[in-house]
Design a protein around this ligand. Structure first.
Ligand SMILES: Cc1cc2nc3c(=O)[nH]c(=O)nc-3n(C[C@H](O)[C@H](O)[C@H](O)COP(=O)(O)OP(=O)(O)OC[C@H]3O[C@@H](n4cnc5c(N)ncnc54)[C@H](O)[C@@H]3O)c2cc1C
Length: 470
């Protein structure tokens, strides 16, 4: 293990020492470990030790000593056949150890094809593609995706793995756009699964948690391109949500509320409206349920420059430059941060918000910002919105892990009556037995995983704890 202070379950500390010191001190310890674990792999890509790799936020140093970088699907298949433990690594935006491996991580960045089927209204992408690379290409050909997350920097394969979502009462998470996947199973075979050919198993495989194999290609539904205009309002009283929650979240194609949990209000409301939807004006009125329209571009975290944020003030623009909050060529959000998110039934949204609010004075000192979003229900077995239209209550924390670690169980206790499901890619302390009860198709998912990975080649401590630990 290369973690400075391994901790149990899903949680890892932020760097307790200067990153350069850490890199220096751990390099020597790494060498012996790597040499002893390298296995000869005929036709497989060489294993590279690249030094300690961290996730995007820097709160986690992966324990996997080796990084494989296959250039082709055949190289990947050879690597899968010859290694005992592997785990795909996307763009590293997860905050917990879901992408880690005890031995080998595999980067698919060389698999970056984009094949648009205009007649079939699908696009098939290599597993290394990020949304920010894909979006302008299909937009130029007249097509769009139904939604995007708050940032475009994440890989398609990594996003659907964890049911990554944007917002919108009628928008399913990003995995709901997947209509087919291709992956290398543990025996090296290439497997194709599609929504049309095998809807039952595809519903199990789309949110795959990296457990079925290494994805090589993903097919996504596309639609004719569209424009979005974004308007921001300031200071929406929470009391409005008691009777108008549905209206607030239905006021745009995608709506986000931000709050610091103080003064009983959302600090900002971001309303993203499609200009092609009939009856939708690009700009909205000056008042929105008592909130007032912003007169300049805003950053969700009050006081941060809006330079990194997508254009607002009702100015229409391409879907991929409005649906994310952050621009592709800027570091999104705060950078040095931790994230947590819980999904509750949308029809109990107001009560859940008020339940969390009772902890406001413990939360706010360690919080950058909370975001509230709506997600349509879906049928995907491991989706946080499985069979449940949801409100997602998200926390972007300051990088203060000991304090955040202490607050999470309190928030989870407040949200337990709402059967809150934690985001698979973010930090949580919900015990495995509770997770088990939250996912009615979990046993089926394990059966599906065992079909393609009978010996646990793609399993890692995160999955062993959270899926198999109860
Ligand atoms: C600043 C920031 C903003 C974010 N905003 C949002 C948001 O708006 N909405 C939201 O829901 N989430 C959000 N996230 C979380 C993010 O979307 C998830 O962590 C997502 O899984 C990241 O994808 P990735 O490519 O970085 O995957 P990684 O973190 O690298 O990996 C995630 C999982 O995918 C698996 N995986 C990756 N590629 C493959 C493959 N080819 N085959 C098999 N398995 C694979 C990995 O093994 C792992 O299990 C945010 C994260 C950050 C840092």
């Amino acid at each position: 293990m290369i973690l400075l202070h391994p901790v149990p379950c899903t949680l890892y500390p932020v760097f307790p020492m200067d990153k350069r010191d850490f890199l220096k001190t751990s390099a020597t310890a790494l060498t012996g470990c790597i040499l002893s674990r390298m296995l000869p792999a005929q036709n497989a890509p060489p294993t590279h030790e690249t030094g300690p790799r961290t996730n995007w936020a820097g709160n986690l140093t992966y324990s996997a000593p080796n990084l494989l970088e296959p250039g082709t699907v055949d190289e990947l298949r050879a690597a899968v056949r010859t290694h005992r433990h592997l785990r795909a690594l996307g763009s590293r935006h997860s905050f917990n150890a879901i992408a880690d491996s005890p031995e080998n991580q595999v980067s698919l960045h060389a698999l970056n094809s984009i094949d648009l089927d205009a007649a079939g209204r699908t696009v098939t992408v290599g597993a290394g593609i990020r949304y920010g690379d894909l979006a302008p290409v299909i937009d130029a050909r007249g097509f769009a995706l139904h939604n995007l997350a708050s940032l475009p920097h994440i890989s398609v394969a990594g996003a659907i793995a964890t049911a990554t979502h944007g917002s919108g009462l009628h928008n399913g998470n990003l995995a709901t756009a997947a209509s087919a996947i291709e992956f290398v199973a543990a025996n090296g075979d290439l497997v194709h699964l599609s929504r049309s050919a095998d809807p039952e198993h595809f519903a199990g495989a789309a949110v795959h948690l990296g457990a079925l194999g290494i994805l090589t290609r993903v097919t996504l539904d596309v639609q004719p391109t569209y424009q979005v205009a974004q308007t921001v309002y300031l200071d929406l009283p929470f009391s409005v949500l008691e009777h108008h929650c549905e209206e607030v979240f239905a006021s745009g194609y995608s709506v986000s509320l931000f709050t610091d949990w103080q003064q009983g209000r959302a600090t900002q409301v971001w309303i993203k409206r499609r200009t092609d939807h009939t009856g939708t004006p690009a700009t909205l009125g000056a008042d929105f349920f008592g909130a007032h329209r912003a007169t300049e571009n805003m950053h969700p975290i009050l006081g941060h420059s809006a330079e990194a944020c997508t254009e607002q003030m009702g100015v229409p623009g391409p879907w991929y430059e409005r649906l994310p909050h952050f621009k592709m060529n800027f570091t999104p959000s705060s950078g040095q941060e931790l994230q947590t998110e819980y999904f509750v039934p949308f029809d109990r949204a107001y009560a859940a918000i008020r339940a969390v609010e009772t902890l406001r004075d413990r939360i706010t000192p360690h919080l950058f910002v909370t975001e509230l979003r709506a997600i349509a229900a879906d049928n995907l077995w491991m989706s946080m919105a499985h069979e449940r239209r949801s409100l997602a209550i998200h926390f972007t924390w300051k990088p203060e892990w000991p304090q955040v670690r202490a607050i999470l169980p309190q928030i989870e206790a407040r949200l337990r009556p709402f059967e809150a499901r934690p985001h698979w890619a973010k930090l949580f302390t919900v015990p495995p037995a509770q997770l088990d009860a939250l996912y009615p198709r979990l046993a089926d998912f394990k059966t599906l995983a065992a079909r393609y990975d009978p010996d646990g080649k793609f399993r890692n401590p995160f999955l062993s704890t959270n899926l198999y630990g109860s």
